[in-house]
Write a protein that binds this ligand. Structure first.
Ligand code: 1HN
Length: 347
């Protein structure tokens, strides 16, 4: 937020001082800053290239022991929000790296997190004892106040994108985390996406997993990709191919604060342009293309992450002549929807 003008230079100095002395401020000096006629954001459109980030992540893994870092993460800081550890006013994003045989300790906290696996195999996240395998493209959520840690049984570095609602939760002064505890062996070998939520429209009458209100915490990319490919094969060219990740028992966003989607762009496809009051972080799972975000043209390829601040017109283009492009996206749409603040415009 920019500093608001709280002084009216036309007032007698003694009057302004009297106001200040009593912790009072004139509204009329700041009214139009509080309620601008155009939507405002300090966040800017930006793309972080995997090509640039990957060597720096591998170097972090050499330089910083996991025991010291607890979470070995490079944070994607919006250039318009320097020092805020935020990619938009409400969302946080970072890239986390873990090496074979490392363990990142267990904690729980009020902010919600989601993870999209970028590279490598053999790592896992444990969410309240449920072991979630991490394969490239998988989505895993850690809902508020669920214990989680990360382990690695494979042989290559594993990197994932973390998305959290920390800037929002901090604005509400509701951010809190437990002390770290050593990671404990998972209580299950699989998560419910592997044995209970394997087909759309079918939910177990009774789950063998504990009822936490979050029946599904992992969405394997293999299943999401199959669903996208089937939809793309059948949908007319003008129909965008987008799937939302949902709680299979309610159809709502699995997390109250963050929504997520995956999108399939057919070769050469250009999407319609739209803007909404939500902010969104995109991650390229496969393919190459370009997205227009406001006035910026962001070229991207697999592994890149880019941000669309609120009310920025967005359109995506798949630049490959014969291959699909797949974009993952997370956003703050559920919050805006719940507060009656969500609007969308097709341009
Ligand atoms: C966190 O708990 C994780 O558990 C990653 O992997 C990133 C960023 C801010 C606050 C908590 C994790 C985080 C985080």
């Amino acid at each position: 937020m920019t500093t608001l003008s709280t002084r009216d230079a036309t007032l007698p100095a003694a009057y302004s001082q009297a106001l200040e002395a009593l912790s009072l401020g004139p509204l009329w000096t700041a009214l139009h800053q509080l309620l601008p006629n155009e939507r405002q954001t300090q966040a800017v459109a930006h793309c972080w290239r995997w090509r640039d980030l990957r060597p720096l992540l591998l170097e972090a893994a050499r330089l910083v022991p996991i025991a010291q870092a607890e979470r070995r993460v490079l944070v994607l800081e919006n250039p318009g929000l320097k020092g805020k550890y935020a990619i938009t006013a409400t969302l946080y994003a970072g890239l986390q790296i873990i090496l074979p045989r490392e363990a990142a300790p267990s904690h729980h906290h009020t902010p919600a997190a989601l993870r999209l696996i970028v590279e490598g195999r053999g790592a896992y996240t444990t969410v309240d004892g449920v072991k979630c395998a991490m394969e490239p493209g998988d989505l895993i959520i850690t809902p508020p106040m669920r214990w989680h840690d990360h382990g690695h049984e494979g042989s290559e570095p594993v990197v994932w994108l973390d998305g959290l609602d920390i800037p929002l939760v901090r604005a509400l002064e509701a951010s809190w985390a437990s002390q770290m505890q050593p990671a404990r062996p998972p209580a299950t070998e699989t998560d419910s996406s592997q044995d209970e939520f394997t087909a759309a429209g079918l939910v177990p009458r009774r789950s063998r997993y504990e009822d936490t209100g979050y029946p599904q915490v992992r969405w394997p990319w293999a299943a999401a990709r199959r669903a996208l490919a089937a939809m793309a094969a059948a949908a007319p060219a003008a129909v965008p191919v987008v799937l939302r990740y949902v709680n299979p028992k309610t159809g709502a966003s699995p997390l109250a604060t963050m929504g997520s989607e995956c999108r399939w762009l057919r070769p050469g496809e250009v999407t319609p342009t739209s803007r909404s009051t939500a902010s969104a972080v995109y991650h390229v799972i496969e393919g190459r293309g370009e997205s227009r975000v406001g006035d910026a043209a962001l070229a991207w390829e697999a592994g890149d992450t880019f941000v669309a601040p609120p009310w920025h017109a967005v359109a995506h283009t798949n630049l490959a002549p014969s291959a699909p492009a797949c974009l993952f996206q997370f956003n703050d749409e559920p919050v805006l929807q719940a507060l009656g603040l969500w609007h969308e415009e097709t341009l």
